[in-house]
Design a protein around this ligand. Structure first.
Ligand SMILES: C[S@@+](CC[C@H](N)C(=O)[O-])C[C@H]1O[C@@H](n2cnc3c(N)ncnc32)[C@H](O)[C@@H]1O
Length: 287
């Protein structure tokens, strides 16, 4: 094909500023100048796919009308880092297990146990959470009464997550009994997450920078790791404050280690310890 032979020009400084501003306005992701080559290559790959050779022309296209929004939704898939794994930070997932275990032991579980996995990528994170939650209900011989809402900005990541198929090499962080109980091998050599977990996870597209426009649904756990780190400090704080408002009394906010260094909230207390970065909402606060 002719277009594959054409090389796209390098970004000028002002084009980099224009594109990185657009990315930040629409996703919150801050791109330093070190990311210039990456941004340029992803934009130009997509331009070649649609037969466009001029950055400015393509910028107009992405920022105009409904067709622009559709083009943006494809481009954003290319620009986001979707690195993830099962039990990426096991201590955090195990903290969720202990939280639920304590609630069950203390007979404090009188409603559905609701979790929100924010920036869930291709699903390994919410499925890891589903595994530990299901373990707790099975151990206590209780009917599993829980739901996991998993959101991401990337529609391609969400499609993979909904399918729930993973190649064998992705299963290495799982314990043998977790594989045995929750991952079903198929004839193609892949593994699929067991139906009983998949049916508990509801995936939907959501841009977390728009959290103030999202319905307020109270959660027992909000799990947001390796996402806030891409945002400016003021935006992180704003999102963290909004998370705090979405926790049930006694609910837990779990972020990645070091992702909010000096953030505090009057309704939350920081969990002591350096293995996890977790905050618990005051039990006495009204819903
Ligand atoms: C590095 S992955 C982290 C995945 C998972 N949380 C983990 O820790 O393994 C970051 C995810 O956040 C998503 N993301 C980026 N910007 C977002 C936004 N503004 N709203 C929602 N999700 C976003 C990306 O598409 C990507 O799937």
């Amino acid at each position: 094909m002719v277009w594959s032979l054409q090389s796209t020009e390098e970004f000028t400084e002002s084009q980099f500023v224009q594109w990185s501003k657009l990315v930040e306005e629409r996703t919150g992701i801050q791109l330093s100048v070190q990311k210039k080559a990456l941004l340029q290559s992803q934009v130009s790959i997509r331009m070649r796919e649609v037969g466009c050779t001029d950055y400015n022309q393509y910028f107009q296209r992405v920022t105009s009308g409904l067709a622009g929004l559709m083009e943006w939704s494809i481009l954003v898939d290319r620009l986001t880092v979707k690195e993830t794994s099962f039990f990426r930070h096991r201590p955090s997932v195990e903290y969720v297990r202990r939280t639920l275990q304590n609630r069950i032991n203390n007979r404090q579980l009188d409603n559905s146990f609701d979790i929100w996995s924010v920036g869930c990528a291709s699903g390994e994170e919410p499925y890891s959470l589903a595994m530990v939650v299901n373990d707790c209900f099975e151990l206590a011989k209780l009917e599993p009464y829980y739901g996991i809402t998993a959101t991401d900005i990337s529609s391609s990541a969400l499609s993979k997550a909904r399918e729930g198929y993973y190649p064998a090499r992705r299963l290495s962080p799982l314990q043998p009994d977790e594989v045995q109980r929750y991952m079903i091998p198929d004839e193609s050599g892949q593994y699929r997450v067991a139906d009983k977990l998949r049916e508990r996870v509801c995936f939907s597209q959501g841009n977390i920078t728009q959290i103030r426009a999202m319905p307020v649904i109270k959660m027992d756990v909000i799990f947001c790791q390796n996402l806030l780190v891409y945002f400016r400090r003021w935006l992180r704080r704003d999102i963290l404050n909004a998370f705090a408002e979405r926790l049930k009394p006694g609910g837990v906010l779990m972020i990645g280690l070091g992702e909010a260094v000096d953030w505090e909230h009057p309704g939350l207390r920081r969990v002591v310890g350096d293995q996890v970065q977790a905050y618990v909402r005051d039990e006495r606060q009204k819903q």
